[in-house]
Design a protein around this ligand. Structure first.
Ligand SMILES: C[S@@+](CC[C@H](N)C(=O)[O-])C[C@H]1O[C@@H](n2cnc3c(N)ncnc32)[C@H](O)[C@@H]1O
Length: 254
């Protein structure tokens, strides 16, 4: 099933991924919040073979040990190097494809969804958690986050790939555009995929934690309580201030 270049060694690992791995180990508040994301993703998967795209620091394996974890950048802790836009796996080889914070880094998301349709078995799922743009999160992402938010972009743009694009180039608006403003275009373009969940997550704990930055304004011990409070408030406050979008798509049964 796997015919992909193997991941690299510690000499060739991108320093940003090495740093993320270190922060994951040393920042309990980050682990609390991301563990909630990983558990939600694992629960949304169907039984069977799972492929992770953009695995980065490689933490999903703690929650789904049999996952095949890949990234466009080589690291010793992932299973293979793979570009989401041209995946080195055979047709109908996976039951699930999971991505955490990756879709908004992919230059041509439409190429990824074409590849996902090819790789998934009938009824297979794409499970992703991404930045979600709401009035409040847009303010914070725009002013306090290094990655841009461009809500005027066309997330379904086709065309050639740019030379020398960096793996961390991004538009945090892409997931909200695809599953919000451009949802009708998305479903018309990908008739073999059904959107079965679009849910807002993350009100306070995630922005207060500082994510992968070294600071945090909330102690790890408070996170489980905050997440419980958030789950009650999300139906009301999610559209106004949710920082995350949890999306599940299912391939049709043919
Ligand atoms: C923000 S990091 C997220 C890493 C990891 N999923 C996590 O949450 O810790 C984005 C990851 O996407 C990867 N990436 C960017 N473009 C990609 C592409 N076209 N195909 C596969 N991975 C890609 C980057 O190399 C990076 O590891």
């Amino acid at each position: 099933m796997i015919d992909a270049p193997q991941a690299g060694d510690s000499q060739t690992t991108d320093p940003r991924l090495a740093e993320h791995r270190l922060i994951w180990r040393e920042k309990p508040v980050l682990r609390e919040i991301y563990s909630d994301y990983y558990r939600r993703m694992a629960r949304a998967c169907r039984p069977g073979a799972t492929l992770e795209i953009g695995g980065g620091s490689g933490n999903f394996k703690e929650f789904a040990p049999d996952v095949v974890s890949t990234d466009i950048l080589a690291t010793p802790w992932l299973d293979a190097v793979a570009d989401a836009q041209a995946l080195p796996f055979s047709d109908k080889s996976f039951d699930n494809i999971v991505l955490l914070d990756v879709l908004h880094h992919i230059e041509r998301p439409a190429r990824f969804f074409d590849e996902a349709c090819r790789l998934l078995k009938p009824n297979g799922r794409i499970v992703l958690i991404e930045p979600g743009i709401t009035p409040v999160s847009n303010f914070f992402f725009t002013h306090f986050h290094p990655e841009p938010v461009d809500m005027t972009a066309d997330p379904l743009l086709e065309g050639p790939l740019a030379e020398g694009r960096d793996a961390f180039d991004a538009n945090q608006g892409i997931p909200s555009l695809l599953f919000g403003r451009d949802k009708t275009r998305f479903t018309a373009r990908f008739t073999g995929l059904k959107i079965i969940r679009v849910q807002r997550l993350s009100l306070f704990a995630y922005p207060l934690s500082g994510g992968f930055r070294k600071w945090s304004l909330v102690p790890a011990v408070l996170v489980p309580v905050l997440l419980k409070v958030e789950s009650v408030l999300l139906p009301l406050l999610g559209p106004l201030m949710g920082f995350r979008l949890f999306v599940v798509l299912e391939k049709n049964g043919n």
